[in-house]
Design a protein. Structure first.
Length: 111
């Protein structure tokens, strides 16, 4: 797949809004959480994300791939084998995910 990243003019002025536009959906964040550990196959991801439909997962992965955050490796076998993982750019999100997890743990501890 060819990466078709957005141009600067297509992105919001605010850097926080830019990040939200790229990864701001519930499903994208959870997909990134899973991919931060290892590569995953499509059906594994689908089973691990309770409530996501295959259609939404495919669309989210496609968008993340187009934005250069996720890679898709097709092994060209029969039956088909495809794996998804984080690109170098996607790995830059690890610190953000760690901070989100830390805040979630803290919040749950005070309620």
């Amino acid at each position: 797949m060819i990466i078709v990243m957005k141009t600067r003019s297509e992105l919001p002025e605010c850097p926080v809004a830019t990040t939200v536009s790229l990864i701001g959906s519930k499903w994208k964040l959870l997909i990134l959480r899973n991919l931060s550990d290892r590569t995953w196959r499509f059906n594994e991801l689908c089973r691990s994300l309770e409530g996501i439909s295959p259609k939404v997962l495919a669309a989210s992965l496609r968008e993340l791939e187009e934005d250069g955050i996720v890679f898709r490796k097709d092994y060209l076998t029969n039956p088909p084998k495809v794996e998804y993982g984080l690109t170098e750019l996607g790995l830059r999100l690890q610190d953000l995910l760690d901070v989100m997890a830390e805040f979630g743990r803290y919040y749950k501890s005070i309620i």
